[in-house]
Design a protein around this ligand. Sequence first.
Ligand SMILES: Nc1nc2c(ncn2[C@@H]2O[C@H](COP(=O)(O)OP(=O)(O)OP(=O)(O)O)[C@@H](O)[C@H]2O)c(=O)[nH]1
Ligand SMILES: [Mg+2]
Length: 371
Amino acid sequence: MKVSWRTLGTVLLEDEVLDKAFSRAKKAADRVDDPDRVFRVRKQMTRMVQTAADIIATEFQELVAAWPSLDQSPLFDVAMIDACVGCDEYRKNLATLQWASKQVLNIASQNAKKIIRTGRTDLMHEARREAYGRISSIMRQVGPSLIWLSEARETLKRLPKVDPVSPCIVVCGAPNVGKSAFISALSTGKMEVNHYPFTTKQIHVGHFTHRRLQYQMVDTPGLLDRPMEERNHIEMQAIAALEHIGSLVLFLVDESESCGTPYEEQMNLLEEVQTLLPDTELMLVSSKADLLQPLPPMWDEVKVSEEAWRDEGSEGEPELPLLMDGEGRVCLSATENVGLDAMRLEIVRKVKAARPNNPMELPEGWYRQDV
Ligand SMILES: Nc1nc2c(ncn2[C@@H]2O[C@H](COP(=O)(O)OP(=O)(O)OP(=O)(O)O)[C@@H](O)[C@H]2O)c(=O)[nH]1
Ligand SMILES: [Mg+2]
């Protein structure tokens, strides 16, 4: 149902499209067989012109059809496209291909007429040459668009794939607090690894399913973990995109400070994230609970009840006790797998409370993509 950038075909560049078109056209002409010289040349020349134009037009029309239309894309995708490559450029370059495909077909039909109307083979050859010249000139004009689209594809391929219909939990916090480890520990199945083009860091997208509803978790390295003044316009747009998809923001704090960022600074960051994503419910969670000294008072109790729940097949929605640190803050350990089952159920409860009662009803501005 979702468009996956990863399945978009490579974009052939100007010379590659021309080579493909002209070599197919030549093969088509070579297949012509007619004992009458004038008939033969006429057929050969019309085939060359029409085949070349058809190949190019089909190439471009298929490309335009395969690339998602912005009007029908989820807001998150549109915001990401805008942040990464620019929506105006995206529209403009696809429109250029659309235009070129019409032009090329026009040229072919005009010159095919010339070929058909004359009885002189030299004029047939000339009309064919003229068509090739005009087609090449159109191709020169679309060259920059093809380069742009080819580069855009490379960029968009690396974006995280998020389903706008399923709840999405945005996981943030200072570098090294354990965001990826948390997502990995809560995920069933394989975690996807992606990139935002403006950070070199890997982004993890994980999933778990509860009562047939899929919950997605996205981490935000390099995005929500640095001071406001260092963020550029593009990153701000990406953050706006997170606002669109987030059902819940989990802010991880590493109280042990083994992440390298002092607790104070992590709290400043928390305030920034709150102002950046003001309309999304935020939950503060303390990571690496196994490093706390002493261990959280409920450590053993939580561990035992989670193990018992897992042994019974993880059914239903029991009130598993949340792991709390000495100050009454929810905590967990991704490496020791303590506090995670309780956390998963808490996420489900929070998302349910934040979502509209009718699961088929989407918030304003969203639409549902059909299969
Ligand atoms: N003891 C302990 N270490 C943990 C836990 N979770 C993560 N770590 C460690 O903390 C380090 C950072 O973990 P990551 O999950 O990569 O942290 P991150 O927030 O994704 O880091 P960036 O993506 O670089 O911002 C790793 O060495 C982990 O092994 C935990 O629950 N307990
Ligand atoms: Mg990470």
